[in-house]
Design a protein around this ligand. Structure first.
Ligand code: ADP
Ligand code: MG
Length: 243
């Protein structure tokens, strides 16, 4: 056993949203631990709490009870300022909609928020070039969003999430707006990034087709998370080593 802490661990996490006079329990005693290089698929019906789980894991929402450990640090014990730093340095977030700024080039999308990390501008530009290369977009570094395809825009989004060299990658329905072929290449890219950078990745997905590309699948229902099971054999999918 390694003594390194899992980059992401949720311990007995409960989240209640205010709801009229009462509350709605979006997460109910959730436990989840993801180690570096592991990619977990998170599935479950709409409204079961998947996005809430990601928001809590991203430290965007504080849980009502329980612990959120990011790279060994309990985020629930931090103030807002320290939380923002932890998030910036350890967590990469990727949502369905890339949310790129229309007037900026691909490279500029990556650099624009990076000054908060205190990286000098020149180093930020070098890092952006490196990350665009990782996602296969080096030749498109100067293109603006409207000059890119939907899949390419999602790749920019992914590259941007990698700028801070995160330990944890949280991905919500990354392929919902893409066709089959582009969806598969995005999931394969996330798989490769998980392996190459040894990040702990949780990917919410509504279709189970790409689940076999991940290591394990965890199912949510009514805010409760069933223990993850191995994803291998959950479908008929070409081997990862295939070209
Ligand atoms: P999923 O991503 O699986 O569709 P969500 O995490 O979005 O599920 O939602 C889980 C539950 O929490 C649902 O009952 C939803 O209506 C409720 N919920 C989500 N966000 C909020 C919010 N900001 N305020 C109140 N209730 C919310
Ligand atoms: Mg959701």
């Amino acid at each position: 056993m390694s003594s390194t802490p899992a980059p992401l661990a949720l311990v007995n996490v409960t989240l209640e949203y205010p709801d009229g006079d009462g509350t709605v329990r979006a997460l109910d005693a959730v436990d989840l631990s993801v180690h570096g290089g592991q990619m977990v698929s998170l599935v479950g019906p709409s409204g079961s709490g998947k996005s809430s789980l990601l928001a809590v894991a991203a430290t965007l929402i504080r849980p009502t009870h329980g612990l959120v450990l990011i790279d060994g640090t309990d985020a629930t014990g931090l103030g807002d300022k320290d939380l923002a730093v932890l998030r910036r340095e350890k967590v990469g977030l990727i949502f369905q909609q890339p949310n790129l700024l229309a007037s900026l080039s691909a490279a500029e999308q990556l650099v624009i928020g990076d000054h908060l990390r205190g990286r000098p501008a020149k180093a930020a530009r070098a890092k952006a070039a490196e990350m665009l290369d990782v996602v296969g977009l080096a030749p498109s570094a100067d293109k603006r969003p409207h000059q890119l395809s939907g899949g390419q825009r999602q790749r920019v989004n992914i590259a941007r999430a990698l700028m801070g060299e995160p330990k944890v990658l949280l991905v919500d329905e990354p392929t919902a707006a893409l066709d089959h072929e582009r969806s598969e290449s995005i999931v394969r890219l996330l798989r490769r990034i998980t392996d190459e950078f040894r990040v702990a990745t949780v990917m919410v997905t509504h279709d189970t087709e790409f689940v076999p590309l991940t290591d394990s699948v965890a199912t949510m229902r009514d805010g409760r998370l069933a223990a993850p099971v191995p994803a291998a054999g959950t479908g008929d999918f070409p081997s990862l080593s295939a070209p």
